[in-house]
Design a protein around this ligand. Structure first.
Ligand SMILES: Nc1ncnc2c1ncn2[C@@H]1O[C@H](COP(=O)(O)OP(=O)(O)OP(=O)(O)O)[C@@H](O)[C@H]1O
Ligand SMILES: [Mg+2]
Length: 290
């Protein structure tokens, strides 16, 4: 398969701040690619250079192997991290307004169906809930039937149910064969939606691959987690992370015996398979929420 999007040695300086530091990526057509990382990692800066909105300090972004040209905006759809919607008009009017901006657009009934907007078409933009607003913004990103859809933290601030609903909309878009480029700091979201991810930290890409592969390469066994406050000493092999201690265990029985033997309270103990959040901690030494 060919790369639909690629970036080569891309950097961006804002004055003295080096927001993106010499990163390169190739993204295959038809996949959902996740750009992950904590606040300030450089996700928005990177995606906006790929969208042709922000000029790189050095390096370049390519679409189908060529520098971004004048018709690029017809072929991509963008959902910005923060977008102002026009007040005093309805969802239906907003869709019409955006549709009219493009020379090609897809059937509006289809867009309404994909983004589940049927029940709120007559609602004023100001009255939308967070989840409804994100669904409308997604609709606006696909009105022109784009080949690539850029979504910058589309589910931040949504409750867990609304987030799950939004994931199913993204799945629909993926099924249509569109390439989706998504940024998020929810690692669970990336594990569920993304075929490939690049984990960013402080302007660098610290890991890049299929989520399952990254986890298999970096972890064996399971992670045992205990609230830190209840224990005043760190058991052997444990590390403290925020308010917890974590133990990477290949043998749960042995780990639990060891904890009990050292009179450590097990209240609040959890055991989980390693996830991308654990990987981020392993690679950067800091937790995502730090
Ligand atoms: N216009 C700007 N001027 C100066 N500094 C900026 C500007 N935009 C971003 N930065 C800085 O660049 C760095 C990367 O910001 P960016 O918005 O790309 O991060 P992000 O990964 O999208 O974070 P978030 O998850 O909070 O959206 C941050 O340190 C930020 O403060
Ligand atoms: Mg951002």
């Amino acid at each position: 398969m060919s790369s639909i999007l690629s970036i080569e040695n891309l950097s961006k300086n804002y004055g003295k701040v080096l927001a993106v530091d010499n990163i390169s990526l190739k993204i295959e057509e038809g996949i959902c690619f996740g750009l992950l990382g904590p606040n300030g990692a450089g996700k928005t800066t990177t995606i906006e250079m790929m969208e042709g909105i922000l000029k790189p300090t050095t390096g370049r972004a390519l679409f189908r192997g060529k520098p971004i040209g004048p018709h690029f905006h017809q072929r991509v759809g963008i959902q910005f991290q923060s977008t102002a919607l026009q007040d005093f008009i309805t969802v239906e009017e907003t869709l019409k307004l955006f549709s009219a901006l493009y020379s090609t657009h897809r059937d509006s009934e289809e867009v309404i169906e994909i983004c589940s907007l049927g029940d709120i078409l007559k609602r004023d933009n100001r009255k939308l809930s967070g989840g409804q607003r994100q669904r409308l913004l997604l609709a606006l990103a696909i009105v022109n039937d784009p080949e690539v859809v850029f979504l910058d933290e589309p589910t931040t601030g949504l409750d867990p149910q609304a987030r799950r609903n939004f994931w199913s909309l993204i799945e629909k878009i993926k099924k249509e064969g569109k390439t989706v480029l998504l940024t998020t700091h929810y690692m669970e979201e990336a594990e569920i939606l993304c075929d490939e991810v690049a984990i960013m930290d402080q302007g660098h890409i610290v890991a890049r691959d299929v989520p399952k592969k990254l986890l298999a390469e970096n972890f064996d066994g399971v992670i045992v987690k205990l609230p830190w406050k209840k224990n005043n000493q760190l058991p052997d092999g444990a590390v403290q992370v925020d308010d917890y201690i974590e133990i990477h265990s290949m043998d749960i029985d042995a780990t639990l015996h060891h904890l009990i033997h050292h009179s450590i309270h097990l209240d609040g103990l959890t055991i989980h398979a390693p996830n991308l959040e654990d990987l981020f901690l392993k690679l950067t030494g800091s937790s995502l929420r730090a």
